[in-house]
Each structure stands twice: as structure tokens, then as C-alpha cells.
Design a protein around this ligand. Structure first.
Ligand SMILES: *Cc1c(COP(=O)(O)O)cnc(C)c1O
Length: 373
């Protein structure tokens, strides 16, 4: 049996409704940027997340960079974040000329709020927690420290559409949240794309300028910005998928629950560690990550058996060449949990198109591996 990691061929197996939407809108009005469908998408995402404002962006990374810039972060500044994340978190900080200051993570791969206070110096200009894998960070505690130190919080909620703590959506705790609609995120379009959400009129107005070259009017440049808008065609795909967000997410959550139960019970509980799952929060499983003994051999065993497991990622950001070359002392803070997680974490396919039989096959294959040792 094959258990693929990607689901795009299934998801977009029948592209006709989307192509039809493109024909009847984009190919009628020809507004390839800033078309009415972009505004529609933004209004929908603001309503969905409960934020006052939403702006479509060229990518999740561009969304993060523009939020940082809008919050006044620039050259020489430090942003406290985590190393246990996708490179784009760190790249967005570097892109505005600032530097990441890494703190370690909890067992659920999110920022350890107890380390935040001591990581803050006079150079710190923002805090950037990550909803990594779609897991909710300790936002209440992070916000409390940041508020005490008068620091803006920018959420990397790029892979956490529909994630919540209580009833409050990812991206709505700090001054701004960034989302990605890259093809492999839970709400996905046909290329790169993203959006920001914010309740702050000031941040909204700044990102509005920044994503369009800093142009106030056609002929007047207020600040230097980027070309980082969300294309109308991607907004059309986003609008088409919008009604499916909850259903897609619920399927992924149910699949994750199936794995959690199988891996938390003997005999697998001896070899697999399921991260703690937070009560009252909605973890959306953009990735399903657990810690496994003998990870590298398990990974190969799964791949040989047709289960497309992956590792996100074997080398943490602070030990990457780009980080070490820039400032070696910066990669050397105590990040023991991050480093040990990277040695044993593994991601299993969890997407909405998996059948019950495929989920069972994944568990059987993992069992088969550990039965031999
Ligand atoms: C995907 C992702 C990003 C970047 O989003 P892009 O749209 O690919 O630029 C940033 N941070 C995290 C945690 C992500 O998962």
C-alpha cells in the first residue's frame, strides 16, 4: 500500500469549478492584481479569524517580514523566536536586517514562555512565537511577558489556519499574525500566497503600503516597500476552498487522534513519544510530528513500505550554515530540547484524503518495525 505525504493530485483532481471561476471573473475583468476577488478573500479571512483587518500577501514569509517592518523592527534589532521552526520564520527576520534570538521549546515544539524574560535585552524589538505544525503556543503567558516589557508580538501562524486557543484564532493574540496559503498548508492555493491579520489600524495601513512598493498613490512613494501582494488568481482559488477549511481541518484532527491513540498505547508507547496535547485548544496538524526511537531506521523502513514519512527538520535553524556563518556565538545558546527533538522527530502523512485503511497501515508498519528490535 502507498501512503503519500502529498494530497494535491486528489484535492485538485477536478479543477473545473476553479477554472470556471477564473473564466467568469479574472478573464472577464482582467484585474490580475488587486481584483475584487482579493478583497473578497480578505473580508472572508478577517471574518473567519475574528480579526478587524486582513491583507493578502505574496507569501507567508512576505507577510512575516512586512509585519516586522510595520512594527518598526530593522537593522541591529533582535527578535526573540524559536529555532524549532521552518526556515522562513528566521529568514523573515533576516530580511528586515534584524537577528533572531532563539529560546528553547516545550515538549510540544512551541516556545517555552519561562525562558522569554531572560532572553529580552535592550536590543529586543519583537517576540515571534510560532504555531509550529499547527500547535498552539502558550500565547497567554507569552503575551503577559511581552506586555510587561512593552514588546510587540508577531505570530508566525503560517501553518495554523483554523487553530485556536479557547475560541481565539491563531494570529489574533499579538499585534499581527501571518498565514501562508502555500500548496502544502491546510488552506492552499495554486502557488505562493499568504495574508496577515491584525486589529491595529496602524499596522494595517503600514502593510497596505509595504505590500505595494510603499505607494500611497500611483505617483507618490511614502516608504520603500515590496512587491508582495496576493495575486487575484490565487485569491480565486482561496475563495473556492474557503467553505472547506473546517472540514479539511477536522479530518486532519481526526487522523491525528487515531495516531495519538495508537502510539500512546503499548507496545508503541515504549518507542514513540506523542507530544502533550493541550486541552481546550485546536491543534490543526499541518504536520503530524512525534518523537521516535531509532528514527532514521524507522524513517527508511516506512519509506520502503510505501509510507511517505518525513523529517521536519534534521538540522535546527541555529545550527544551519547560514546562521553559523553570520554570528557563531548566536547559535550557541542552550537549546537542548530543540536539538534533542531534531534527532528523533518524524512526520507522518496526516492529510484529509487518507483512508482508514491507510491510517491503519501506517500504524501496522510502525509496529512491524519495532517488533523486530
Ligand atoms: C510555511 C511556513 C512559513 C512560510 O510560508 P510561505 O508561504 O511558504 O512563505 C513560515 N513559517 C512557518 C512555520 C511555515 O510553516
Amino acid at each position: 500500500m502507498r501512503v503519500p505525504y502529498s494530497y494535491l493530485a486528489d484535492q485538485f483532481g477536478d479543477p473545473e469549478p476553479i477554472l470556471e471561476a477564473v473564466r467568469t471573473t479574472l478573464l472577464k475583468h482582467h484585474q490580475y492584481t488587486f481584483g475584487p476577488e482579493l478583497e473578497e478573500f480578505e473580508a472572508r479571512m478577517a471574518r473567519y479569524t475574528g480579526a478587524r483587518y486582513c491583507l493578502g500577501t505574496a507569501s507567508g514569509t512576505a507577510a512575516l517580514s512586512m509585519l516586522l517592518k510595520a512594527a518598526g523592527v530593522g537593522p541591529g534589532d533582535e527578535v526573540v523566536t524559536v529555532s524549532q521552526t521552518f526556515i522562513a520564520t528566521i529568514g523573515s527576520i533576516a530580511a528586515v536586517g534584524a537577528r533572531p534570538f532563539y529560546v528553547d521549546v516545550l515538549d510540544d515544539f512551541t516556545m517555552d514562555p519561562s525562558l522569554l524574560e531572560e532572553a529580552i535585552t535592550e536590543r529586543t524589538k519583537a517576540v515571534m512565537p510560532v504555531w509550529y505544525s499547527g500547535a498552539p503556543p502558550r500565547m497567554e503567558e507569552i503575551m503577559a511577558v511581552a506586555e510587561r516589557r512593552s514588546l510587540p508580538v508577531i505570530e508566525d501562524s503560517c501553518c495554523a489556519i483554523s487553530a485556536k486557543i479557547g475560541g481565539k484564532h491563531a494570529g489574533t493574540f499579538g499585534i499581527g499574525g501571518a498565514f501562508s496559503v502555500h500548496p502544502l498548508k491546510n488552506l492552499n492555493v495554486w502557488g505562493d500566497g499568504g495574508f496577515i491579520v491584525t486589529d491595529s489600524e496602524e499596522i494595517y495601513n503600514k502593510v497596505l503600503l509595504l505590500r505595494n512598493h510603499g505607494l500611497k498613490e500611483r505617483d507618490e512613494v511614502e516608504v520603500y516597500g515590496y512587491n508582495a501582494r496576493l495575486d487575484t488568481i490565487q485569491a480565486i482559488v482561496g475563495n473556492y476552498l474557503y467553505p472547506q477549511i473546517d472540514e479539511i481541518t477536522d479530518r486532519r484532527i481526526a487522523n491525528a487522534k487515531f495516531f495519538d491513540e495508537a502510539f500512546s498505547a503499548p507496545p508503541l508507547s515504549e518507542f514513540i513519544t506523542v507530544p502533550p496535547r493541550r486541552e481546550g485548544a485546536r491543534h490543526v496538524y499541518h504536520m503530524y510530528m512525534v518523537l521516535a526511537s531509532d528514527r532514521d531506521r524507522l524513517l527508511q523502513h516506512l519509506i520502503d513500505a510505501g509510507v511517505e514519512a518525513k523529517v521536519h527538520y534534521p538540522i535546527p535553524n541555529h545550527l544551519q550554515k547560514a546562521s553559523l556563518e553570520q554570528d557563531p556565538s548566536f547559535g550557541r545558546t542552550a537549546l537542548s530540547r530543540t536539538e534533542s527533538q531534531c534527532r528523533s522527530l518524524i512526520s507522518l502523512p496526516v492529510h484529509q484524503h487518507l483512508s482508514r485503511r491507510q491510517l491503519e497501515y501506517v500504524v501496522e508498519t510502525v509496529k512491524g518495525f519495532f517488533a523486530r528490535i
